[in-house]
Design a protein around this ligand. Sequence first.
Ligand code: RIB
Ligand code: CA
Length: 322
Amino acid sequence: MSRAFLIDTDTASDDAVALIMALKAADVTVAAITVVAGNVGVEQACRNALYTAELCGSNVPVFRGAEAPLLRPLEDASWFHGRDGMGDHGYPSPRRSVEPLHAADAIIKTAETYPGLVLVTLGPLTNLALALRRKPDLGKLIGRCVVMGGAPCCEGNVTPAAEFNIWCDPEAAHSVVRGRLPLELVGWQLCRGTAALNQEDIEKIKGFGTPLAHFAIECNSTARAAYLEQTGEHGISLPDPVAMSIALDQTIATSSSTHYIDVETSSALTRGMTVVDRLGVAGNNRNRSIWSDLLPQPPNAKVHWSLDVERWKDSLYRALSS
Ligand code: RIB
Ligand code: CA
């Protein structure tokens, strides 16, 4: 039976590969792609999403969303993905245009059309936060909300404390974790080390000889260089495709647990930090005085702590080899 997905994305090079994985998945109907400013400006992200859908032969409707975070100016990640977000290879303009409906309304309309919708977010959570403002009980219609974002109990990639998607619009993330959605957090730590594509993996993908395989490696050329500079690690790190592999098959995540999580919005040092109460101390009476100003909240998200790297990469290979 086909599952309905909505993908919210700040489409740059890793988002594009995640879109391909969903659009090529046999048992998934991508009902909509909603676009948000993040990696690049929203207009460029829309072009990138439309172009990627075109490469997959898909007419999936694409909806433009927020041009900036809820309260802050946009600070993009073109330093990582390239000016156009796709490695600056001069890809042609897409043939189609976006739909007239705003992305936040498209999220609501799609959820109402497809109850049990799988919502996958690959960028800042601005559109989802706007949708929740317009429909606070949106969560009742959502089957899973898989969020690529956060650095649960570990280092960030844009500051020592925070991962880009959450850091870019922390107020939106703060609102989303309070939105009573069935949240699953796929943090940046899951796309590093052996989960990144090494040279052997890259050669394997190139060996498929398909247009999608060529595109997936080519559009991540800038990101590959930036990843080495950022972490000292070689290879192509693909956070959004890792999150998509788990959205497509939750069993690829090998250890997960549900906790109270929250997002820092006031401190410059820890802006966008995803605070995970992994030990459950928030509800501990002995610590009540410490937490007196922070009413302990019930667990509100499932955090994925590890994944099966071989199965994640097989999921990618299936999409790119067809
Ligand atoms: O931190 C990684 C995330 O930020 C990915 O979604 C990447 O596309 C950027 O949006
Ligand atoms: Ca992204």
